[in-house]
Design a protein around this ligand. Structure first.
Ligand code: PMP
Length: 282
């Protein structure tokens, strides 16, 4: 694999970052993940906008303008040919002696790589996945895509240890999102997803799903989701760039709705696949 690191494209074995990098010492950085289908990045402008916002919120200078990022990604994709892939890009505050205070005169560390997107196992789309509900132990700025992901890692592992695929996080009685995904619930035929605020990441897939559902005239509401609503939901879905729209059919060991992916999921999943097909053709 060819890696982008600080202005150079190098084989992964030659990519080196200092142990004094603030990403390593403090988790002081932000990241972005952009899916690429048929060579076309999905919602690139939105991903770059979110990266710009994450950087601004943590006061790291954006190392590139939009066209700079685009040409970096184009070169990286050319150097790593393949099928459906995702771009991972990480910017940390840079390398400096360990001190909490921002260092002066330091350039951010910029790292990017390309990973294959593993196609969804057809059994998952037939049967759905299991999820568990866990307490959200994260900070109060979950809207920033920070590399500091320890609570997300612990929540995901708790789900895996329980034989489930994802953890749904509860904060002050409300279900906000998954450990690495956004949350949708269907109740009384209405699709509900929590409004974007500081308790969750503004997912690009989330926004696309909202847009596609609204365009198709499906009833959709942005509203908080009390934990109890999960227990009586007809359908639960989790969305992310790399896993698309996952139907959750078991929650804490009990069936969700009929215990199989529901009709509203099937419809929206179809709309999403059509959107991807159109992207590939552009
Ligand atoms: N929430 C969290 C906490 C995430 O980590 C992710 C994916 N990285 C998402 C939501 C989904 O965001 P997106 O659709 O932009 O991948």
């Amino acid at each position: 694999m060819i890696i982008y690191l600080n202005g150079e494209f190098v084989p992964e074995t030659q990519a080196r970052v200092s142990v004094f990098d603030r990403g390593f010492l403090f988790g002081d950085g932000v990241y972005e993940v952009i899916p690429v289908f048929g060579g076309r990045p999905l919602r690139l402008a939105e991903h770059l906008e979110r990266l710009t916002r994450s950087l601004a919120e943590v006061r790291i200078d954006n190392p590139h303008d939009r066209s700079g990022w685009e040409s970096l990604f184009t070169t990286l994709l050319e150097k790593n040919p393949g099928g459906d892939r995702s771009l991972y890009v990480q910017v940390t505050r840079g390398v400096a002696r360990r001190d909490h205070a921002f260092p002066t005169g330091v350039r951010p560390t910029v790292f990017a790589m390309v990973n294959p997107i593993v196609p969804q196992n057809p059994a998952v789309l037939e049967q759905g996945v299991a999820a568990v509900v866990v307490d959200d132990h994260r900070w109060s700025r979950c809207d920033i895509k920070a590399i500091t992901l320890l609570p997300n890692v612990l929540a995901r592992q708790e789900a895996l240890d329980a034989g489930a695929t994802e953890a749904i996080l509860i904060r002050q009685g409300l279900a906000t999102e998954g450990a690495a995904s956004n949350l949708f619930v269907v109740g009384d035929g209405v699709i509900v997803t929590p409004p974007k605020d500081r308790s969750l990441l503004p997912g690009i897939t989330r926004d696309l799903v909202v847009e596609l559902a609204q365009e198709a005239g499906l009833p959709l509401m942005e509203s908080t989701i009390p934990e109890q609503s999960l227990r009586v939901a007809e359908e639960i879905w989790l969305t992310s760039s790399t896993r698309e729209i996952l139907p959750v059919t078991r929650l804490d060991g009990r069936p969700v709705g009929a215990g199989v992916p529901g009709p509203v999921w099937r419809r929206v999943h179809g709309l999403y696949q059509d959107y991807k097909a159109r992207l590939r053709e552009t």
